[in-house]
Design a protein around this ligand. Structure first.
Ligand code: AP5
Length: 216
C-alpha cells in the first residue's frame, strides 16, 4: 500500500505517519526530515537548504523529487510507503505518478488532514523534539512520560524547530495555500482524495485514517 498524508503545517502528518508506519509495516518518507538531515550535515548544500527551510519557503522541486525517487527505489520501500510532506506542488505530484508508474506501483490513498488555523498555530508554537532522536512532543498535548526525558531514547535535550517561529509559520501557511492546496483538485479528479477531521485527539485521528486504509 502506498499513501500520502496531506495537510497544512502542524496538521499531524508526521505524528500519524509514525503510528501507521508501526502498525502497518510501511516506511515513512518525510521530505522535511530528509531535508533537515541534509541541513544538519553542515555542507554548503545543507546551509542553502537550511536557509530556505528556516524562512518557511519551499525547497526546489528538483531537489525533493530526486530525494523521493531514490528512496522509492530502495528495497525498504518495497512493502509500501507513507509520504509525509511530499508532494507539495503540482509538478511534484506529477513526478510522483511517473516514478510510481515506472516501478509498476500506484497510489492507494491520499488523505487530507483538516485542522483549523488557530489550532495549527498552537500546535506549532508548542512543538519541541528530542535533540538526539527527533521524537516530537508538544508542551500541552504530548509531553514526555517522564518530565525532561525522551520516551523513545532517554535523552534529556530538546529543541524547537527554527521554522516554528511566528513569522516563518505565517510564511508556511501562505506557501501551503498558494503552492500546495492546488494539488487537492489534482487528486480529487483522480477520485482518491479522502478527508479526515484532524481536530480530534491523536487516537481519534488514527481511527479515522484506519477506517480508510484498514486496521492491522
Ligand atoms: P515539514 O517538516 O514537512 O513541515 P510541515 O509540512 O510544515 O509539517 P510539520 O512537520 O510542521 O507538521 P505535521 O503536519 O507533520 O505535524 P506534527 O505531526 O509534527 O517541512 C518543513 C520544511 O521543509 C518546509 O517548510 C520546506 O521548506 C521543506 N520541505 C519539506 N517537504 C518539501 C517538499 N515536498 N517540497 C519543498 N520543500 C519541502 O504535529 C505538530 C504538533 O502538533 C506536534 O507537537 C504534535 O505533537 C501535535 N499534534 C499532532 N497531532 C495532534 C492532535 N491530533 N491533537 C493535538 N496535537 C497534535
Amino acid at each position: 500500500m502506498n499513501l500520502i498524508l496531506l495537510g497544512p503545517p502542524g496538521a499531524g502528518k508526521g505524528t500519524q505517519a509514525k503510528r501507521i508506519e508501526r502498525s502497518h509495516g510501511l516506511v515513512q518518507l518525510a521530505t522535511g526530515d530528509i531535508l533537515r538531515a541534509a541541513a544538519a550535515s553542515g555542507s554548503e548544500f545543507g546551509r542553502r537548504v537550511k536557509a530556505i527551510m528556516d524562512s518557511g519557503a519551499l525547497v526546489s522541486d528538483d531537489i525533493v523529487i530526486a530525494a523521493i525517487k531514490e528512496r522509492i527505489a530502495s528495497p525498504e520501500a518495497k512493502g509500501g510507503v507513507i509520504l509525509d510532506g511530499f508532494p507539495r506542488t503540482v509538478p511534484q505530484a506529477e513526478a510522483l505518478d511517473a516514478m510510481l508508474a515506472a516501478r509498476g506501483l500506484r497510489l492507494d490513498h491520499v488523505i487530507l488532514m483538516e485542522v483549523d488555523e488557530a489550532a495549527l498555530v498552537a500546535r506549532l508554537v508548542g512543538r519541541f523534539s528530542c535533540k538526539a532522536c527527533g521524537a516530537s512532543y508538544h508542551e500541552a498535548n504530548h509531553r514526555p512520560k517522564v518530565e525532561g526525558v525522551c520516551d523513545l531514547c532517554g535523552a534529556t535535550e530538546f529543541v524547537h524547530r527554527p521554522d516554528d517561529r511566528a513569522d516563518a509559520v505565517r510564511t508556511r501557511f501562505e506557501v501551503y495555500r498558494r503552492q500546495t492546496a492546488p494539488i487537492l483538485p489534482y487528486y480529487r479528479d483522480k477520485g482518491i482524495l479522502r478527508t479526515v477531521d484532524g481536530m480530534g485527539d491523536m487516537d481519534a485521528v488514527t481511527r479515522q485514517i484506519e477506517a480508510i486504509i484498514g486496521v492491522r
